[in-house]
Write a protein that binds this ligand. Structure first.
Ligand code: HAM
Length: 425
């Protein structure tokens, strides 16, 4: 490798045929996922939204939360002309910011929005974990009805189902209301404090900022201590309102036959969650990493200075979905073949061959030969390109305003007027 390289943890998304192309960085794979999700989500009433790649840093600090790894360790920030910006690490806080700023409360309620795009977190790169990655994101604003939670989860499962990925586990839990979490965090603080010395440096900080996150620690020492102390779970601390909300979400999913397992200890890596929270796991991506996750965030709009606006949503990592597809051997749909290949037989008919191909592009994929070749060679080239029709044009055809059109599937050949060519395709 020579020349200037791309930054660590970023990837080029490449076309088919690139040497050593990996499934998760296939440009066609990314596009397929976005198109499929767009269809599923728009069929369910969602509208496409797109926010800037960077935000004022406060949107993320306040939205995602000061105690999170994202804010403490993983921010890509930049200063310019006195302001501090951040490359967006996720889509939810920016969408809620946009919802408030643009008066989207006027939209029919609940407002269902979807987006996709690059996100940025300064993590230690490894398979399935990058510094620039891509998310598919769905958000519903304006309702705290558990039916909305269940529909959001069902839609996420529908996206996976339509992609053809099977070996997944939906882990569903609740992080309760803020007052439930205060009690749970106090319980954890009391439980872990006597053993503070045994905790990793990160978890010592978590003990003060957000003890729940200790449970999510990747440090083996922390995990040993957790196994030893066997803490009670968040689900044991749900107040009445959060418990009945959670029960209803589970009931809807059961009625719709959406398979889930209850994870009583779910901890998500963002602070804005309350009540329903979940993750989807796949063994191809590893136990510690999720294909996607989501949850309810009824207090987020207020944190960003807006009016109370309940919300819920989820995001998939596009690269991780592609890894899951690849490990299960699920193939991307084949791109559509050529409709027409136009072969010039002589130099003088090259421009006309090109012009006929341009016109055919209104109907499908059409290419033309950049060099004149004998009819047999042109037909061979068309077959290699998997074309449905080949049109041959020499000087006699050009003079009389026709082409020789061959259907490469049936073998049928005829002379058709150039003006009429599109009607034969
Ligand atoms: P999250 O769990 O932080 O949630 O990220 C969602 C998904 O993005 C993860 O499950 C994973 O697939 C992917 N992802 C995260 N970090 C990386 C990384 N460094 N490299 C590759 N993939 C990654 C959120 O971002 C929330 N905004 C989801 C949400 C939407 N909650 C409510 N609405």
């Amino acid at each position: 490798m020579s020349g200037i390289l791309r930054p660590k943890g970023t990837q080029d998304l490449l076309p088919d045929g690139s040497p050593q192309l990996k499934a998760e960085f296939s440009a066609r794979g990314h596009r397929h996922l976005v198109e499929l999700a767009a269809q599923v989500l728009e069929n369910a009433g969602a509208s496409y939204i797109q926010t800037p790649m960077f935000e004022m840093v406060e949107v993320i600090k306040r939205g995602v939360g000061d105690s999170t790894d994202i804010v403490r360790k993983e921010m890509f920030t930049a200063r310019a002309q006195g302001d501090e910006f951040i490359l967006r690490p996720e889509g939810t806080a920016p969408i809620v910011r946009a919802f408030v700023q643009n008066g989207l409360k006027q939209l029919p309620t609940p407002a269902k929005l979807w987006t996709f795009g690059a996100m940025f977190r300064a993590e230690r790169p490894q398979k399935g974990r990058y510094r620039q990655f891509h998310q598919l994101d769905y958000e519903v604003l304006g309702s705290d009805d558990p039916l909305i939670d269940a529909e959001a989860i069902a839609l996420m499962m529908q996206v996976i189902g339509q992609l053809g990925v099977k070996n997944i586990e939906l882990k569903l839990g609740s992080v309760g209301d803020p007052e439930d979490r205060v009690q749970y965090n106090q319980y954890l603080r009391d439980l872990f404090s006597p053993f503070e010395e045994k905790l990793s440096e990160d978890s010592k900080a978590r003990l003060i900022l957000n003890p729940m996150r200790i449970l999510d620690s990747k440090s083996p020492g922390d995990q040993d201590l957790i196994s030893e102390l066997q803490p009670k779970m968040m689900l044991d601390f749900l107040g009445e309102a959060a418990a009945s909300h959670f029960k209803k979400v589970c009931e809807y999913l059961t009625v719709w036959e959406v398979p889930y397992t209850i994870d009583p200890s779910i901890v998500r890596g963002l602070d804005y969650y309350r009540r329903t929270a979940w993750e989807i796991h796949h063994e191809g991506v590893g136990a510690k990493s999720a294909l996607g996750g989501g949850g309810r965030y009824d207090g987020l709009a207020e944190l960003l200075g807006g009016p109370h606006t309940p919300g819920i949503g989820w995001a998939f990592g596009i690269e991780r979905l592609l890894i899951a597809m690849d490990t299960e051997g699920v193939k991307l749909p084949e791109p559509e073949g050529l409709l027409l290949y136009v072969g010039a037989l002589e130099d003088s008919t090259l421009p006309l061959a090109a012009k006929l191909a341009f016109a055919a592009r209104t109907k499908g994929k059409a290419e033309f030969s950049y060099k004149p070749k004998a009819p047999g060679k042109q037909i061979q080239d068309a077959l290699k390109k998997n074309a449905r029709f080949v049109a041959l044009i020499g000087s006699s055809e050009a003079e009389t305003g026709v082409v020789t059109l061959k259907n490469l599937q049936s073998g049928e050949q005829s002379t058709v007027s150039q003006d009429d060519l599109l009607n034969y395709l």
